[in-house]
Design a protein. Structure first.
Length: 422
């Protein structure tokens, strides 16, 4: 029986598509032709990507009455063009290049690419990528740069540890953090020329003084002036990165101040602290109308398994794919932190980790955190309520487990009879 669908084919009357490069772009505009002919009129021009020429492009698009401009996400070259056209009032769509694949055997040039993209756009065969509004973009720039600097600082600290190992200085074996107060004092003394293990050990503070004998053994190596020179450069770089991170934190606090309410709401989620809340807001924003349901957000973040089916059989490994690396990182850290709590998310993490491994558990709990975040940001009246670590031990779930076990036994050919409860 045939069923009617709600889909209607609608042509975007005035649309433009940009094939963006570093030095120039190709613009294709398609508008209605003569009224009697019913055909489409098309114009293809090349513009330089300097600001003066982009303003000429914006004026030309406004003159032709273009309502939607579509472009592919080409490196970072699209950003300046996108922001300029957005500021001029155009509806700008950034689309994934994967959605604009060319037909096999079809010639490929910048002009043909722009025309092809324009034809797809006018027939509404494309979907826009998520580009956050200006304030969220500024916040995202700071949080991402901060995350990159933290990674650089971590790499520099690892170089320090490798340098000490090269000199047979085993400080990291005794001290859990060689960059603490005691560790930095000892490293500074090494740079200044101190080589006596006993004097170096005496620089220990607080609880480290209980390990004086171990510290003496740890500093019995062959630390040379070459090591001291390199160590001084590395510690200077670490200190500079610490100062830069402090300035970024101050800038981040100023940018996040108008969104303090959203930060507090996300902070209620187990495993999500203030820093993680800042990163989540920077990556997904606070306006959840861009994602109609929590499932859309999870799918966009690549925290849902891909579905590929052919001839009634599932294909592939069901992997989630590669999404936003900054978002994946903060969700992974939050999931691991939640796994150490006595909450529903913590118990969920531990149950899945026991059966399927830590990686599966991180993805599953990260997905749950995203779903919770979507509900908290979508409705200010919604408050977080933890189901508790004992959720899986409730009677409802116990009954569910019992019936699942019965079905498994019956599938193996056993006949199961339930005895009445006493």
């Amino acid at each position: 029986m045939l069923e009617e669908t709600q889909e209607t084919e609608e042509i975007i009357q005035r649309v433009a598509a940009l094939d963006v490069g570093k030095a120039e772009l190709t613009c294709c505009v398609r508008v209605p032709g003569q009224v009697s002919s019913g055909r489409r009129a098309q114009e293809v021009r090349t513009y330089q990507t300097m600001t003066r020429w982009l303003l000429v492009l914006a004026d030309r698009l406004a003159e032709l009455g273009v309502t939607r401009v579509v472009m592919e996400a080409t490196s970072d070259y699209w950003k300046g063009i996108y922001y300029l056209l957005e500021a001029h009032g155009f509806e700008v769509w950034l689309v994934n290049a994967r959605d604009v694949k060319h037909l096999p055997g079809r010639p490929k040039t910048d002009t043909l690419d722009a025309v092809w993209l324009c034809k797809l756009a006018e027939r509404q065969m494309l979907r826009p990528s998520f580009v956050p509004p200006g304030p969220i973009r500024q916040l995202r720039d700071v949080t991402r740069y901060r995350a990159d600097l933290v990674a650089v600082r971590t790499a520099e600290k690892q170089r320090v540890e490798k340098l000490l190992e090269d000199a047979q200085i085993k400080l990291s074996v005794v001290a859990s953090d060689i960059f603490g107060v005691s560790g930095r004092a000892m490293l500074a003394a090494l740079i200044q020329g101190e080589r006596d293990p006993k004097r170096l050990a005496q620089l220990a503070r607080a609880r480290m003084r209980a390990k004086l004998s171990l510290l003496v053994e740890a500093f019995s190596g062959f630390f040379t002036d070459q090591h001291a020179f390199l160590l001084g450069k590395m510690l200077t770089r670490v200190d500079q990165l610490d100062a830069d991170l402090a300035e970024l934190d101050a800038k981040l606090q100023a940018l996040i101040a108008p969104l303090a309410g959203a930060v507090e709401r996300l902070d209620e989620i187990p495993g999500v602290g203030q820093t993680a809340a800042h990163l989540l807001i920077a990556e997904i924003g606070t306006d959840m109308t861009r994602f109609p349901t929590a499932g859309h957000l999870v799918s966009w973040a690549k925290f849902a398994p891909g579905v590929k089916e052919s001839a009634g059989k599932r294909k592939g490994s069901g992997s989630t794919g590669h999404g936003n690396p900054y978002l994946a990182r903060v969700l992974g850290e939050a999931a691991v932190a939640a796994g150490k709590t006595d909450t529903f998310l913590g118990e969920r993490y531990r149950r899945i980790a026991r059966r399927r491994g830590a990686k599966k558990a991180i993805v599953a709990v990260g997905r749950s955190i995203l779903v919770i975040a979507w509900h908290l940001l979508s409705d200010p009246e919604v408050h977080f309520h933890d189901l508790g670590a004992g959720f899986y031990d409730t009677r409802i779930n116990a009954e569910r487990a019992k019936h699942n076990h019965i079905r498994q036994l019956e599938a193996l050919g056993y006949k199961v009879t339930l005895e009445p409860a006493a």
